[in-house]
Design a protein around this ligand. Sequence first.
Ligand code: ADP
Ligand code: MG
Length: 467
Amino acid sequence: MTSIESKRVQYRKYLERAGVIDALSKALIKLYEEQNKPEDAIRFVRKFMCESCPDDAQYDVMKNDLEEAKTHISKLEQELERLRGQIKKSPEEYQELTTAGYKSLMDDEENVNSLLRKYLTPELLEEFMLVTTPAPVDAYLYDCAVAGFEHHEAPVGIYAADADSYDVFNKLFDPIIKDYHGQMDNENDVLQKDPDFGNVDEIENLDPERKYILSARIRLARNIEGLPFFPKLSEKQFIEVEEKVRSATETMDGELIGSYLTMADIDAETQAEMVKRHILFQRGDEQLTTAGCYRFWPTGRGVYHNPAETFLIWVNRQDHVHIMSMAQCGDLGDVYNRLVNGLAELEKTLTFARHPRYGNLTACPTNLGTTLRASVHIRLPLLSKDPDRLIALAEELQLQVRGTDGGELATVEDGVMDISNKRKLGFTEFELVKTLQDGVVALINAEEELEIAGQEGLETNTANIKF
Ligand code: ADP
Ligand code: MG
């Protein structure tokens, strides 16, 4: 058979299988049997072929049924997720999972950079595999390390399942923390100084002419003492956190007065729009999913904010609360002042977990210490034409450059970047905010120098630079 013939045969088979030949034949027979042949034969055939099609009313009913079925499926999926979240593993299962997870991490020769891989020796694994944090949480090493076992590319690979994890598994957490936070030679008992928000008045508006900075934000993370962190929060405890925060916000005063919205009451469209405006969070990456961050979603999740959207509290995003102050300009002083007041208000009612060595405790070891990330969204069109120089400059200034959608390696759009303090542990809150202030001032100066040097206009495309 020639290839055209064989294609023809295949096509014919396909038409038969799909019932097309049958339907067309029936229509033609019907037309043949018709005594008074219609003028418009095509119309006749079309009408005949559509006899079994639903009319508009039927179509609406079917569409409705489909929507209902989809809602039902999503409820069942949520229920399944809930039930999965309640399954308790036996020590034998933990042992098996830990051994297999560790083996797959160590056997992977392509992804060798995670701190979990670097510091979890076979000896430590043996020592801690069946150790748990105190009841009733009973977190195993596996509960902390599961994300790193499954996602070998994770830079750190471990989360604390509760405050005690940092002590019970200290032989593993401590070197990871010291490595990540650049404290390798630091043998002091205390890595994090006492909280010190310093003199708020020394922090200023970094861009009064609104030329470069689009917005400024400072956030802190906190976990309520006595409750586990997200990997081991029960469904009830997710709600308990939300209730505690909600009632703590009821006494807010002045510009901090706002209202609390629980995630389940915000429709999907509004959620997306709020995320875009940077005032709401959504589910995050695979690593956090594996670590259990989104169990029982959207239960217990929500946001408190004032009408101006300059003071916000995210509930159960990762840590129990992320406290944020923002401004749609470069007034870092205003932002800082509001943040300090907001935290003080919350602390009147809530006690947050603190560690004598690590300061404020967070589930992710990278956030420990002050937990403070002060950032600006800033447009530096000339500097950002030379990403290498910009990154080197930022490094020198102890700053980190990111994309504006919250991703660590996100694409920079329109030359707008997220610039923030790189360090979180080992310095006071004031020192870190001052670092951002000094650094941003230096970057703006560098940008202005380029403007003066008249180098603008040499290259125009600043979009899509990858950091
Ligand atoms: P964090 O870990 O500090 O909470 P993320 O990078 O995860 O920060 O970002 C959380 C959200 O906050 C994102 O929507 C991000 O765009 C927004 N954000 C961060 N810094 C700023 C800023 N200076 N201005 C406006 N939005 C910001
Ligand atoms: Mg983040």
